[in-house]
Design a protein around this ligand. Structure first.
Ligand SMILES: Cc1cc2nc3c(=O)[nH]c(=O)nc-3n(C[C@H](O)[C@H](O)[C@H](O)COP(=O)(O)OP(=O)(O)OC[C@H]3O[C@@H](n4cnc5c(N)ncnc54)[C@H](O)[C@@H]3O)c2cc1C
Length: 409
């Protein structure tokens, strides 16, 4: 299943020899991870750090799924605002979820600092602007709730926003402690590090099934069986080979990457996004490009003509130039990609309800990397026999408003 089409940017930023081995042997792993993208790499790292023997299997090249399309914005705020999440799941759980995301961001920072490849992790504030007057109320409410619970943020009215950024919108929420990253280098760096610590990496092996006999899980791949005590599915937006997922929604989204421009300087090179849905968002890169994303469409079809992708990317560039008139960006690369959301805007993380040694980490939603990090920690604790705090918020059998069924079965 194709996940993206067009010309991706991140793979052009590194030229690295393959670190992937490809033989299957007889050992029994503590955990086999199916899917070698952001979720698989972070989970493997966490398990290796806990002293477990781990293998990762990917049907293609590592980091070439959604991870290669990921625009690399890391934020503690989520597509669902905190005050909206409070209405959805109650105050205690909503605050706990936001705190988990905040902690995951710090964990990502710590991880990025230890890698053999520099993943271009840079702390940035985020500017979350109100797209219209109506949404200004939401921004103000969100500022009040975030401040009440000590999340670092600030409110800017129209004149502050236009003075500091040139953005002519009714007002904005500033959040601090967010970051940008090169997701491709982050994952490649993690893989290189864990391979040197004994983890086995197998690319080009498609997992077809997982069968349990006498307490051992047999991971059936296109290149033979691998034995494990635990299996973790980190298959991204591709349906996992075991377990039926419901509550997910796939969309097509677009990305434009500008040519390098002189001084892509706006307020602290903040990550920029907006309240309208689908939202326009943008960030800078270390080689002075601007990456702009948005224009999501309600379809899971990815095979469209390159001209159609380019036309959408040109539109993203036009919209960004209108928002930030001084910059005058020009398009260099464009792609479209599948993007997964969940109906309740929370990721799917946890143990299969009926298969106690099989786990899922599916980071559906705009904050996928933060979810990959928090899921990696949660699943490590579960495999160690602990019950991580607040895991029921993202669990696979949680009840979702308007949905009465299990998410994975
Ligand atoms: C355009 C775009 C922009 C985004 N921007 C952001 C952003 O700014 N910030 C953010 O946090 N998130 C963002 N995301 C989301 C982010 O990309 C995902 O959350 C994240 O990459 C998911 O990583 P993953 O490891 O779960 O999935 P993937 O990277 O897709 O990895 C899954 C892997 O599983 C493998 N696989 C699947 N099935 C099998 C099988 N049966 N056998 C073997 N291997 C299998 C696939 O080959 C793939 O390599 C964005 C997504 C898109 C599409």
């Amino acid at each position: 299943m194709a996940i993206h089409a067009g010309q991706l940017y991140w793979p052009t930023t590194m030229n690295e020899a393959s670190t992937i081995q490809n033989h299957v042997d007889e050992k029994i792993y503590d955990a086999v991870i199916i899917g070698g993208g952001m979720s698989g790499a972070l989970t493997a790292l966490s398990l290796v750090n806990a002293g477990l023997k781990v293998a990762i299997v990917d049907q293609k090249e590592f980091a070439d799924g959604s991870t290669a399309a990921n625009t690399g914005l890391l934020q503690y705020s989520n597509d669902i605002m905190l005050h909206e999440l409070i209405e959805q799941i109650g105050e205690e759980k909503a605050i706990a979820f936001y705190q988990l995301c905040y902690k995951a961001l710090n964990d990502l920072h710590e991880t990025a600092g230890k890698l053999p490849i520099d993943p271009e992790f840079i702390n940035r504030p985020s500017i979350y602007y109100a797209s219209d007057e109506n949404d200004l109320r939401k921004i103000k409410k969100e500022f009040e709730v975030l401040s009440t619970y000590d999340f670092p943020c600030e409110y800017w009215d129209h004149s502050t926003l236009i003075d500091r950024t040139g953005i002519n919108k009714p007002g904005a929420l500033l959040t601090y402690g967010d970051a940008e990253v090169n997701p491709y280098k982050l994952v490649r760096g993690i893989l290189q590090m864990i391979q040197s610590q004994g983890a086995d990496l197998h690319s080009g092996l498609r997992v077809e099934d997982v069968i349990e006999t006498e307490g051992i899980l047999h991971v059936v791949t296109s290149g033979g069986k691998i034995k494990a005590r635990n299996v973790i599915y980190t298959t991204g937006y591709v349906k996992p080979p075991v377990g039926k997922l419901t509550g997910d929604v796939l969309k097509r989204t677009y990305v434009a990457v500008s040519k390098p421009i002189q001084q892509p300087a706006w307020f602290e090179k903040a990550l920029i996004w907006e309240t309208k849905r689908p939202y326009l968002y943008m960030r800078t890169t270390v080689d002075d490009r601007i990456i702009i994303g948005g224009l999501d469409e309600e379809t899971d079809q990815i095979n469209i003509p390159l001209e159609a992708i380019q036309a959408k990317a040109e539109r993203l560039i036009r919209e960004a130039n209108e928002l930030l008139p001084g910059l005058q960006m020009e398009l260099e690369m464009s792609y479209c990609a599948l993007f997964g959301e969940s109906q309740d805007e929370l990721p799917f993380i946890g143990r299969h309800p009926e298969k106690p040694h099989q786990y899922y980490l599916l980071g559906y939603g705009g904050n996928g990397t933060v979810y990959s990090m928090l899921g990696a920690k949660m699943l490590t604790e579960m495999i160690q026999g602990k019950e991580p705090a607040h895991s029921q918020i993202v669990g696979l059998d949680r009840s979702v408003p308007g949905m009465n069924h299990t998410i994975i079965r």
